[in-house]
Design a protein around this ligand. Structure first.
Ligand SMILES: [Zn+2]
Length: 250
C-alpha cells in the first residue's frame, strides 16, 4: 500500500461535493490499495478533502468485522484520532463482491427524494432516457433501509449477489432506500459519471412525475440502447477523464 491515498480519490471527493451530491460531512469515497482500501474518515467533509482525511483499512479486518457480532475494534480511532466512516464496511463489500476499484457514496437530494417516497426505488426499475442506461447500467441494484454500519454491509452484499445471479453482471449503481446512492467504478471518472448521471436521472424523474407521470422506455428500447456497438464505444470513452485523454494525445 502507499502511505497516502491516490490523489484522484481527493479530486473525486471534491468533485462529488461540487456537484451538490452531498452536504457537510455526508457521503464517502474509497479506492483499493494493496491488501486494503482508503476510505474517508468519519466526520470529514468530501468538499474540502485532503490526504489526511482518509484512513487505510485492511480488507481482512473489514471482513472480520462484517462477520463479527461486534465492530468496536474496527471503528476504533487510529493513532491520528481518525476512525473509518461508519459506511466503510459497505465500501469493503463494493470493492470485493461488487468488483469496483473506486466507490462513491452520496446522498443527492434528487435521488433521496425518490428513494424516500411512496414510489421508492421502484421508480428506477425502468428507464426514461438513453444516457442513464449507458452510464448507470440497464438495471440498478436496490437495498432496503437498514441502519448504516455492519447491517448495511450485509444487506449490500446480499443484493449484489442477488443482482449478479439475476443479470449475469455486477451493478454499477446501487440505490439505498431512505438513504442515498452508491456508484461502483472501474475508474474515478466512472464513479463520478455514475453519480452525476443518477442525479440527473432522478431530477428528470421528478419532472416527469410532476408532469402527469413518467413515460418509460419499453424493455426492447432499453435493451437496444444497452447493446448498441456505438453506445459500447461511448461507454468505454466515458471511463476516462478528459484530462487523461488529452495526455494520451500530447
Ligand atoms: Zn450514507
Amino acid at each position: 500500500m502507499t502511505s497516502t491515498p491516490d490523489s484522484r480519490l481527493i479530486t473525486l471527493s471534491r468533485d462529488l461535493a461540487a456537484q451538490n451530491l452531498v452536504v457537510l460531512a455526508e457521503g464517502n469515497t474509497s479506492t483499493l490499495d494493496g491488501a486494503g482500501f482508503w476510505v474517508k474518515a468519519s466526520g470529514r467533509r468530501l468538499g474540502d478533502a485532503e490526504a489526511g482525511d482518509f484512513v487505510h483499512v485492511d480488507l481482512d479486518d473489514a471482513e472480520a468485522a462484517i462477520e463479527s457480532s461486534t465492530t468496536d475494534d474496527f471503528f476504533a480511532a487510529d493513532d491520528n484520532g481518525l476512525k473509518p466512516s461508519v459506511e466503510a464496511l459497505m465500501h469493503a463489500v463494493c470493492l470485493t463482491d461488487g468488483g469496483a476499484t473506486w466507490v462513491a457514496h452520496t446522498h443527492p437530494p434528487s435521488v433521496l427524494g425518490l428513494v424516500a417516497s411512496e414510489a421508492g426505488v421502484d421508480a428506477f426499475r425502468r428507464h426514461i432516457y438513453p444516457d442513464a442506461i449507458v452510464v448507470c447500467g440497464l438495471h440498478v441494484a436496490t437495498v432496503p433501509y437498514v441502519s448504516p454500519g455492519r447491517d448495511l454491509a450485509l444487506a449490500t452484499r446480499q443484493e449484489i449477489h442477488r443482482f449478479s445471479g439475476e443479470h449475469g453482471q455486477l451493478p454499477k449503481t446501487i440505490l439505498l432506500a431512505n438513504h442515498g446512492l452508491v456508484a461502483l467504478g472501474a475508474t474515478p471518472t466512472e464513479a463520478l459519471n455514475i453519480s452525476i448521471m443518477a442525479n440527473k436521472w432522478a431530477t428528470v424523474l421528478h419532472a416527469s412525475l410532476a408532469a402527469g407521470g413518467a413515460r418509460y422506455l419499453s424493455d426492447t428500447e432499453a435493451n437496444d440502447i444497452d447493446r448498441r456497438p456505438d453506445e459500447h464505444h461511448r461507454r468505454s470513452e466515458l471511463l476516462r477523464s478528459t484530462k487523461e485523454k488529452r495526455n494520451e494525445h500530447d
